[in-house]
Design a protein around this ligand. Sequence first.
Ligand code: NAP
Length: 260
Amino acid sequence: MASLKGKVALITGASSGIGAAVARHFASLGCYLSLTGRNEERLNGVGKDCQQWGLQADQILLQTGEMSSDADLERIVLETVERFGRLDVLVNNAGIAKLRNLERSTMEIFDITMDVNVRAVFHLTKLASPHLIKTKGTIVNVSSVVSKVPSCNTFYSMSRYMVDQLTTNTAVELAPYGVRVNSVCPGIIHTPAFERKGMKWEKVREISKRRHPLSRHGEDTEVASAIAFLASDNAASITGHHLPIDGGRHCMPGSPIDAT
Ligand SMILES: NC(=O)c1ccc[n+]([C@@H]2O[C@H](COP(=O)([O-])OP(=O)(O)OC[C@H]3O[C@@H](n4cnc5c(N)ncnc54)[C@H](OP(=O)(O)O)[C@@H]3O)[C@@H](O)[C@H]2O)c1
């Protein structure tokens, strides 16, 4: 089992879905947490869940913030290091997927997708790196299988391809300092994101049966345990890797989900 006991992890987008599952899993491993999101009520709920795994209230820092705000990102990193005195793990998870094909897309949606899914990931990497160098820490970026296979969500796929490139390049740049950088590339994972976008989960689940060779969607807990592995010393010689967690979808591109 991965060990993260006594480490400090900053997890973005921890108020929902995959980020919340990562927070709970890291808490179960005894990792101290700095968690971000926009929805304060949901973020507080995840913080309470983490306490049930044995963390004390002062071992969990909850910060609301907007990923497209440079000032918020600077505050989030600063307050994390002020609270815990160190940073061992950065999980760049917060992201948006506004499903639009070329015809239905707008430049406003393009800009916010790039701001949240790419610019914020780069900025947090830059802000966290000096602290991660001190601890020989690690970064796990949450990308997507659609960074590798076609989808009709053009700029979402573009944003995830850029995250994988960020992973590869920063893995090489930070390797001399003992800092590892990897990404995970999930397929369809059951999270609240789909229903919040007005998609029926039953429909998405049926699509995932056809799309994934293992004939099923993934669970947020499966992504969380893979992230914990990559963040732990069990993965000490793994860097620059893009790990698919997609039931084999990357082997079988298939047809894209209908854009809505
Ligand atoms: N679910 C999938 O099938 C799937 C597949 C591949 C990759 N992914 C990636 O996995 C990550 C998590 O997805 P999910 O399905 O867990 O989605 P989710 O349930 O909608 O959670 C997204 C998280 O990101 C935060 N967030 C979004 N936009 C933000 C912004 N502008 N500023 C600050 N925080 C923001 C949300 O905060 P609030 O809710 O508090 O606003 C929430 O905590 C995303 O990067 C997504 O692209 C998901």
